[in-house]
Design a binder for this molecule. Structure first.
Ligand SMILES: Nc1ncnc2c1ncn2[C@@H]1O[C@H](COP(=O)(O)OP(=O)(O)OP(=O)(O)O)[C@@H](O)[C@H]1O
Length: 241
């Protein structure tokens, strides 16, 4: 079976900073995969190269079996990228936002409205984006990333800034997305979240992947109590928020 993602020796420098310094990993089709690391570890740059949004200095990535660079418009339909809530169109309602995203892919309004309902926002359809709660805004941005029914979805810190209850509600939504057969690639600063959601995680620091594996296996290997502990052992420091 073709890997959903196959990254080989990706490198990207900004001046003297080796943002990504030889990163290789695979994500299997249908997998829930987490990319973990502190601020500045190189997660976003890695994923942007994998997504075909940024050109690697060296190395290459296959996305759903096809090279992601040079940009490949055919892949766009098969992949969903969650944008930060700040990337919404200004002053549009939730319904108008998702219908706008849908129209970019030639997806019908009905499907957009159904997607809004699927993430529990039917009652907020007429609410402007700047009047949604943090959790509702995250749900809307996830719905927008899923509106064209992609096989693979990238979620960038989808629960940052949410209260514990809202985070847990969102976990159920993320599990459902994966259970529906989609490959999910998640970046998060929350170790507990990665532990409960991800089949496998890659721990990144300073532009490199330090370890990849299922959270429980990494913990067992390092005789650690939790993923938080794994991180501490691998990097020699507490996980920074
Ligand atoms: N466009 C850019 N120009 C210059 N330096 C950059 C640029 N983008 C990222 N960097 C630097 O590259 C390194 C990796 O950044 P990156 O955003 O990939 O990390 P990250 O793990 O996603 O961090 P965060 O968790 O804060 O989002 C950092 O040192 C960052 O300052």
């Amino acid at each position: 079976m073709t890997a959903a993602i196959s990254a080989r020796d990706l490198r990207k420098r900004y001046g003297d900073v080796h943002a990504v310094d030889g990163v290789s990993f695979e994500v299997r089709a249908g997998e829930f995969f987490g990319l973990l690391g502190p601020n500045g570890a190189g997660k976003t740059t890695t994923l942007e190269m994998v997504e075909g949004l940024r050109r690697p200095d060296e190395g290459r990535a296959l996305l759903l079996g096809e090279p992601s660079w040079p940009r490949n418009p055919g892949l766009l339909r098969r992949v969903g990228v969650q944008l930060q809530a700040s990337a919404f169109f200004e002053k549009l309602t939730a319904r108008e936002q998702i219908r706008t995203f849908a129209s970019l892919y030639g997806v019908a309004d009905e499907r957009a409205d159904a997607m809004l309902a699927e993430v529990g926002l039917a009652e907020k359809a007429g609410t402007r984006e700047d009047r949604l709660s943090g959790g509702q805004a995250q749900r809307l941005s996830i719905a927008c990333a899923l509106v064209h029914d992609p096989e693979l979805v990238f979620l960038d810190e989808p629960t940052t800034g949410l209260d514990p209850q809202a985070r847990r509600n969102l976990w159920d939504l993320l599990r459902g997305i994966n259970a529906a057969g989609r490959t999910v690639v998640l970046t998060t600063h929350y170790m507990d979240e990665a532990e409960v959601l991800c089949d496998r995680v890659a721990v990144m620091d300073a532009g490199r992947i330090l370890r990849v594996g299922p959270p429980a296996e990494l913990a067992a290997e390092l005789e650690a109590d939790s993923l938080e502990d794994v991180f501490l052992q691998l990097t020699g420091r507490e996980y920074r928020e």
